[in-house]
Write a new protein. Structure first.
Length: 240
């Protein structure tokens, strides 16, 4: 089972590459999704990616804006992978966060499907996409089509107890397993309005306990590829 994490590299406050890599090693992280700016890998992106790779972590280029089209996503991807030897591409495009989502759900999900298709068609690297599991509950056909365009899916099952993580991701996991698509189960450590959606107020011991319970419950699913934590900055700051 892999353990992954999202790593955002903001220009104003990039992570310390050495501390990041040591933390990843201590937490047995095998995969990291490291954000790449629109213009291609920055010096800070490269420093973080180099440090993680030196500790045996596979690194995917992370990018996405909620209104990206296929043309924009492909342009970003091509600059990203030309600037550093990434192991994969990780898309975080969430149209459900748009102000005009309500009433345009089908149209925007269809656009997301085309975008993932376009990136995968132009990339020689595996492509993974973030999906909110509730999309499988409310739009199962669209969820399935989007997932099938990618090599793998990261389910953002943002709850802080294993039974709830499994419950909210149930429909999505069933679709992915039946479609033979690899998936990770992701959780959050950033502060949130609803404390049930994050481990920010629980600490690292609770996070480890609940992730272990999720992994044990899903161990028999051949499509389960591990857990993922959003994000490195807040995970590193969790209390014990």
């Amino acid at each position: 089972m892999t353990r992954a994490m999202w790593v955002w590299v903001p220009e104003a406050a990039p992570p310390d590459p050495v501390a990041l890599a040591r933390f990843a090693s201590a937490q047995r992280v095998t995969d990291a999704f490291v954000s790449v700016p629109w213009g291609g890998p920055s010096a800070d992106t490269v420093a973080s990616a180099d440090a993680l790779r030196a500790h045996g972590v596979r690194v995917a280029a992370l990018g996405g804006v909620e209104d990206w089209t296929g043309v924009e996503a492909v342009a970003w991807m091509e600059r990203a992978v030309a600037g550093w030897p990434f192991d994969g591409v990780h898309l975080d495009i969430e149209p459900w966060g748009r102000a005009d989502w309500a009433g345009r759900e089908r149209e925007l999900l269809d656009a997301l499907e085309r975008t993932v298709h376009d990136v995968a068609a132009r990339s020689s690297l595996p492509v993974e996409v973030d999906l909110a599991p509730w999309v499988a509950d409310e739009h199962p056909a669209a969820f399935t089509r989007i997932a099938r365009r990618a090599n793998a899916v990261a389910l953002m099952a943002y709850r802080d107890r294993a039974p709830d993580i499994l419950r909210v991701s149930d429909a999505a996991r069933r679709i992915l397993s039946s479609s033979r698509i690899a998936y990770r189960v992701g959780v959050d450590t950033a502060p949130a309005a609803d404390p049930r959606a994050t481990f920010a107020d629980d600490g690292s011991a609770v996070l480890e306990r609940e992730l272990a319970r999720v992994a044990a419950r899903l161990a028999a699913d051949a499509r389960f590829a591990g857990v993922a934590v959003h994000d490195a900055q807040h995970w590193m700051a969790l209390p014990r």
